[in-house]
Design a protein around this ligand. Structure first.
Ligand SMILES: Cc1cc2nc3c(=O)[nH]c(=O)nc-3n(C[C@H](O)[C@H](O)[C@H](O)COP(=O)(O)O)c2cc1C
Length: 194
């Protein structure tokens, strides 16, 4: 039997990858070729019945301010907010050079909605992985607009779509301390011996 083809560098990369807070993301973001690579890796995910039940909104450049303003306008209609709060909302996406909204776009049929959501969540994590592999930092966040019907409409989503998360991507100068990681003894149950 042939030996497994270990890839120590990849193992090290995966063991150490971590998110970087949005406040620590700076310019530059991925260039055109890097973005293409990132999106290719992001969409190379397990997907039961090949439904591709997700899509991506690439929010960058002036698109960040335009999308942010749309969301701020919606919030202004729903809540009694002071100008500073609306300004923060409008500038939300300007906090990183690139923001990718992962949209869940479920398909009707025999594949449970939960499975389709899982596939979309993997897309989001693949963005984290691809960004790190390309030398960038990233963070997956959510927020009120992910599940708000008016926000979804303003961002061009169809009635059945929703936002799994926004992955903010950029460069960084910080080396974030790792956070506590799960205790395998608590999380893993072995059924059978190797
Ligand atoms: C679905 C989902 C939503 C999240 N939303 C937020 C959020 O809104 N704000 C936040 O600070 N972290 C949020 N996180 C957590 C961060 O993305 C990330 O898990 C955390 O910063 C540490 O990640 P790491 O294990 O990649 O280092 C979310 C994570 C997931 C999976």
């Amino acid at each position: 039997m042939s030996q497994p083809k270990s890839k120590p560098e990849v193992i090290e990369f995966l063991k150490n990858r971590r998110s970087v807070l949005i406040k620590d993301l700076i310019e530059p973001g991925p260039n055109k070729d890097e973005l293409e690579t990132l999106l290719t890796i992001a969409t190379r995910v397990p997907d039961h019945r090949k439904l591709e039940p997700w899509r991506l909104l690439v929010i960058r450049g002036e698109g960040r301010g335009l999308a942010g303003q749309k969301l701020a306008d919606i919030r202004a209609k729903k809540h009694d907010l002071i100008p500073l709060q609306l300004e923060i909302e409008a500038n939300n996406f300007n906090r990183a050079p690139l923001v990718i909204a992962v949209v869940s776009s479920p398909v009707e049929g025999n594949t449970p909605i939960e499975e389709q959501t899982c596939s979309g969540a993997v897309v989001a994590q693949h963005i984290n992985l691809a960004a790190a592999a390309l030398g960038y930092a990233s963070q997956w966040v959510t927020g009120w607009s992910c599940l708000d019907k008016d926000a979804q409409k303003a961002l061009g989503l169809a009635e059945h779509e929703w936002i799994i998360g926004y992955v903010y991507v950029g460069s960084t100068e910080v080396e974030p301390a790792d956070r506590a990681r799960p205790d395998l003894a608590e999380k893993v149950t072995y059924l059978g011996k190797p």
